[in-house]
Design a protein around this ligand. Structure first.
Ligand SMILES: Nc1nc2c([nH]c(=O)n2[C@@H]2O[C@H](COP(=O)(O)OP(=O)(O)OP(=O)(O)O)[C@@H](O)[C@H]2O)c(=O)[nH]1
Length: 310
């Protein structure tokens, strides 16, 4: 079966809502909802197809579009390869130039549907925020870390990795309880860097695997979020084949926590994440101000340890 290559756009407003379109009468899957976009013509790059499709379908001019995920899916009559972009800047108000109905929607609470079957993991990925903070109680001291965590939650942090490898199980339990108590009113999700069973026992939303654990794990846990640390193509491929929720790729820049590690640089990062079916956070020596650069290089967002608590 030949592969249909498609450019698809997640137009995202500052409030997080994304634009969905209903497939018009007469097309395959009519009445189903999708992200605006269409087939990549021969000789076109995915980006150029995106710009053309959004002009033709929505009457907008793309100003800021970032490469995001590649999703392969088998329909009964065709295989599709969907090149998703996140579009954060455009000129003119989108309207359905082909008579299609449009709707701005919160990815986690759609009020239109059904969505095309290929798109379920895309909606899940859109539920992940741009920033992923990694705890640093060992350097800050627990009290100061908890104060900084409270401040970060107030400022919008919604995803956190508790990574305190030096602690005994008893001390970890105590700290985890305090962290979860702070995170709960914000519905912020906390992942434990460790084993799935420990994460489950501590009531965490998920587990974050070390790269070593990632390579050894036969199957991902299905009752919680599951993410992993990756440093090369082989580990990223493993994270994709286990269908994890997301990966973290590091170190992008030199970092104090891993002074010996070979730095990827932004170009190395972007080469590795190109074509990823999973959202990938950039990590290593980053500050909040690196967000735009991370998006330009194909990252879902940035992960930070020291930078998250400044
Ligand atoms: N634009 C878009 N297409 C998607 C999404 N998800 C998804 O599976 N697709 C698939 O990607 C293909 C998009 O091609 P298209 O919209 O230009 O073509 P089409 O179905 O109208 O078919 P036709 O032009 O051959 O009649 C379709 O097979 C569609 O089912 C999505 O979110 N947006």
């Amino acid at each position: 079966m030949s592969v249909v290559r498609v450019a698809a756009a997640v137009l995202q407003r500052a409030d997080g809502q994304v634009l969905l379109a209903e497939r018009p009468v007469g097309k395959p899957w009519e009445g189903w909802w999708e992200f605006p976009g269409g087939k990549i013509e021969s000789g076109e790059t995915p980006y150029h197809a995106l710009v053309r499709e959004l002009r033709e379908e929505l009457g907008i001019e793309v100003e800021k579009a970032y490469p995001w995920l590649l999703r392969r899916f088998e329909y009964p009559d065709r295989s599709v390869e969907l090149h998703f972009f996140i579009v954060r800047g455009w000129r003119h108000d989108p309207h359905g130039c082909e008579g299609q109905q449009l709707s701005w929607q919160h990815p986690a609470a759609l009020t239109v549907g059904p969505m095309l079957p290929a798109n379920a993991p895309i909606l899940a990925a859109l539920g992940l925020p741009s920033m992923y903070a990694v705890s640093n109680a060992v350097e800050l001291g627990e009290q100061r870390f908890l104060e900084r965590l409270q401040r970060a939650l107030d400022q919008g942090l919604r995803l956190l990795q508790l990574r305190e490898k030096h602690l005994s199980l008893e001390s970890l339990e105590r700290l985890a309880e305090q962290v979860l108590t702070l995170a709960q009113p914000y519905q912020a999700r906390v992942l434990l860097n460790g084993e799935p069973e420990t994460a489950r026992a501590l009531g965490m939303a998920g587990v974050h695997l070390s790269s070593e654990r990632l390579m050894a794990l036969p199957e991902r846990p299905h009752d919680m979020l599951c993410a992993a640390s990756c440093h090369d193509a082989q580990q990223l491929a493993r994270a994709q084949s286990l269908a994890l929720d997301f990966a973290v790729l590091s170190p992008v820049l030199p970092t104090l926590s891993h002074p010996q590690a070979r730095v990827l640089g932004w170009e190395g990062f972007s080469t590795l994440v190109q074509g990823s079916s999973l959202p990938v956070y950039a990590l290593g020596g980053l500050q909040k101000a690196h967000m735009e650069q991370a998006w330009q290089h194909g990252a879902h967002g940035i992960a930070m340890m020291r930078g998250a608590w400044d």
